[in-house]
Design a protein around this ligand. Structure first.
Ligand SMILES: O=c1ccn([C@@H]2O[C@H](COP(=O)(O)O)[C@@H](O)[C@H]2O)c(=O)[nH]1
Ligand SMILES: [Zn+2]
Ligand SMILES: [Zn+2]
Length: 637
């Protein structure tokens, strides 16, 4: 609805301005030191969720996909010069999180071709590729064809409409030899996801490992120097969603002496797990905030022609365990996703040029796509920043206080407007902080990207209804979309809502003729993993993080005279309707799913209510919208 939008801001130009202003970069920070390069090295992305434009409101994560294209090409070249191997890996969840991926259905149709500009060696599928049938088929027909043998979906199948049979969306495994002769067997295994639409099938890992093709691949006829197990799957084996422990144990039992390296995702965290003397796993965050780096040396191979310890760079030194005698050593690093980091690690001297034409072209493609999708169109001007977890639940700057207000004010069926109602959403439907300043079409996807619709049970006795939210938050959840049945808490947010510039480096960086010196450590990721606390490439101070409940409820039309109504409407998302029915019955009700119907047309979704709220309540301050000065878009745009 173009006429609903306020003035279009200049965010499109922001990225170009950011490029041109060395003083803007001079205020940023840079990594603590050069990366350790080993015999085999990896760059890992995961859970990008459409953030290919980078974080326009946080320079700390301000690089775009074009910058990553240039960076990855520098790194590939560097690996060649050092006579070692470098592999690029992605572990899925490409959509649902930013306008670039979600503003044109099916999600990914615009962003996937941009994503495809990285020369990945291995990729695997995420759960967000499978919720919606059209998106799943987009991956089957298009994405998997682009990537061919490199796209691994070892336990994910889809019905091929041409045959009516289930087929793997990608390949089950890939056996390949690296540039320098390492022989690798790779698998791509999604966690035991249960929320996929009915055209796809996720085979549980416990069943997959018993399948003959898997057993044959592990005992392959050709020599294997290393197993690579990638997966949209948390790498921490104690995470209830993770199946990496099972995969590791199964492969290790069959092949006791072959190293296993895992790359995971889905839980949106930075993490590194040691499984045994010769097996580790890396997970590399979310939303183009983190680029994961892993290097290893000591892989025994008759056919390896490169160097074990490349010269002129630091090398990995840490054994997986103190007692390891395998000769394998590792390093891992979590890189902040910004140009300063990329330039620091890619270029060695001040006269090196960072940008490749291919990278600049991708940046232009992103800018053009944003423009075509009208992503910077303005809904209103947010008066404050509301964060997901930096404040206690329902504190004034906690985003769920805003959600609570907006649900009560906006989610209303006109014919039942006078009937008291609770309106409940899962807090996991909110995916990011809402930042003070312009609230754009793009931001609406960033904050609340899903298309879950509002259903209800009418006229529920108040005595039951008043306890639903507490029961939902206390109950062992039975969300049909996820098994084993535990819905995660809101993910830890590492964004400091008051920070838009990068700072915090205590050293000096020379690049593009600008010398940068930093003295202040600023808030950001402070990761602890199995190797300790030195994994973050740029050291940060900790951001407060409060755990949040799984559900939040707004309410409206309750009597104002202090009396309680006899009955109320209980409104909730179709995403967890069956859980609400169970909870009501647990409280003494006798409901079935037949009692559930749409409260609003299914086209009114979780993407709808915040834009409507912004249009109604945040239009007045648009002319004086406070961009720049640490909030809103950097550089005053
Ligand atoms: O329709 C949906 C789909 C998902 N969610 C929420 O997202 C997470 C899963 O996201 P990951 O990026 O795979 O971790 C799920 O647990 C829900 O909280 C949703 O709200 N609606
Ligand atoms: Zn994800
Ligand atoms: Zn996921």
């Amino acid at each position: 609805c173009d006429s609903c939008y306020g003035p279009v801001d200049e965010v499109i130009h922001e990225r170009l301005v950011r490029r041109m202003q060395p003083e803007a970069q001079a205020a940023t920070t840079s990594p603590k030191g050069p990366l350790e390069w080993g015999q085999l090295n990896f760059l890992h992305t995961t859970d990008t969720h459409g953030w290919l434009e980078g974080h326009l409101k946080e320079q700390n994560y301000g690089a775009d996909w074009g910058d990553f294209v240039s960076f990855s090409r520098h790194m590939v070249q560097k690996a060649g010069n050092l006579a070692v191997d470098l592999l690029l890996i992605d572990t899925g969840d490409l959509h649902d999180g930013a306008g670039l991926s979600d503003a044109a259905p099916p999600n990914g149709v615009v962003s996937n071709p941009i994503f495809d500009n990285i020369n990945y060696d291995l990729l695997t599928i995420g759960n967000h590729e499978l919720y919606v049938t059209e998106i799943a088929y987009e991956h089957f027909y298009n994405f998997s064809r682009v990537w061919g043998d490199k796209y691994l979906t070892s336990n994910v199948q889809i019905i091929n409409p041409a045959t009516g049979n289930f087929e793997y969306i990608g390949k089950q495994y890939r056996y390949f030899t690296t540039d320098h002769g390492l022989r690798i067997m790779a698998f791509g295994v999604l966690y035991n996801f249960g929320g996929n639409s009915n055209v796809s099938k996720v085979i549980k890992a416990a069943d997959m490992v018993k399948q003959q093709w898997f057993i044959d691949a592990v005992n392959y006829t050709e020599p294997i120097d290393l197993f690579l197990v990638i997966g949209h799957n948390p790498i921490r084996r104690t995470d209830s969603s993770s199946t990496f422990g099972l995969l590791h144990d199964t492969i290790r039992a069959m092949r006791p002496t072959v190293p296993i390296q895992a790359f995971g995702g889905h839980s949106h965290i930075r993490d590194f797990q040691v499984y045994d003397d010769m097996s580790t796993g890396l997970e590399s965050g979310r939303y183009c905030e983190t680029l994961g780096w892993l290097s290893m040396s000591g892989i025994q191979s008759d056919t390896y022609t490169g160097l074990m310890n490349p010269r002129g760079v630091p090398n990995p030194t840490r054994k997986a365990t103190n007692t390891s005698t395998t000769g394998l050593v590792y390093s891992r690093r979590y890189l902040d996703w910004n140009r300063l980091t990329f330039e620091y690690h890619a270029t060695n001297s001040q006269d090196s040029t960072f940008d490749y034409h291919s990278g600049l072209r991708v940046t232009t493609d992103i800018t053009d796509a944003r423009k075509a999708l009208n992503l910077s169109a303005l809904y209103g001007c947010a008066p404050a920043t509301y964060c997901q977890s930096c404040q206690p639940f329902l504190a004034s700057s906690n985003i769920f206080s805003l959600v609570q207000t907006a649900l009560g004010a906006i989610v209303v069926n006109a014919s039942r407007a006078t009937i008291p109602r609770y309106v409940i959403v899962n807090t996991g439907s909110i995916r990011f902080n809402l930042v003070k300043g312009p609230f754009t079409y793009d931001d609406s996807f960033i904050v609340s990207p899903f298309t879950d619709a509002f259903q209800y049970i009418p006229n529920v006795p108040y005595a039951l209804a008043q306890n639903v939210i507490n029961s939902l938050n206390g109950a062992t959840l039975n969300d049909k979309r996820e098994f084993p049945g535990v819905m995660p808490q809101v993910k830890y947010s590492c964004i400091d809502p008051t920070i838009s510039l990068i700072s915090g480096y205590t050293g000096e960086l020379k690049s593009h003729g600008v010398t940068r010196r930093q003295t202040i450590v600023t808030p950001g990721y402070t990761t602890t993993d199995d190797f300790g606390t030195d994994g973050d490439d740029t050291p940060h101070s900790k951001i407060p993080s409060y755990s949040q409940p799984n559900y939040v409820a707004g309410n409206a039309s309750f009597p104002t005279d202090g009396t309680t109504p006899a009955t109320v409407d209980v409104v909730f998302l179709d995403y967890f309707a069956s859980t609400v029915v169970s909870v009501l019955n647990g409280l003494g009700g006798t409901y079935t799913t037949a009692d559930v119907s749409y409260y609003l047309p299914p086209s009114f979704t979780t993407q709808t209510y915040l834009p409507l709220y912004a249009q109604q309540y945040w239009q007045a301050n648009v002319p004086n919208c406070p961009v720049g000065q640490g909030v809103g878009y950097p550089n005053g745009k």
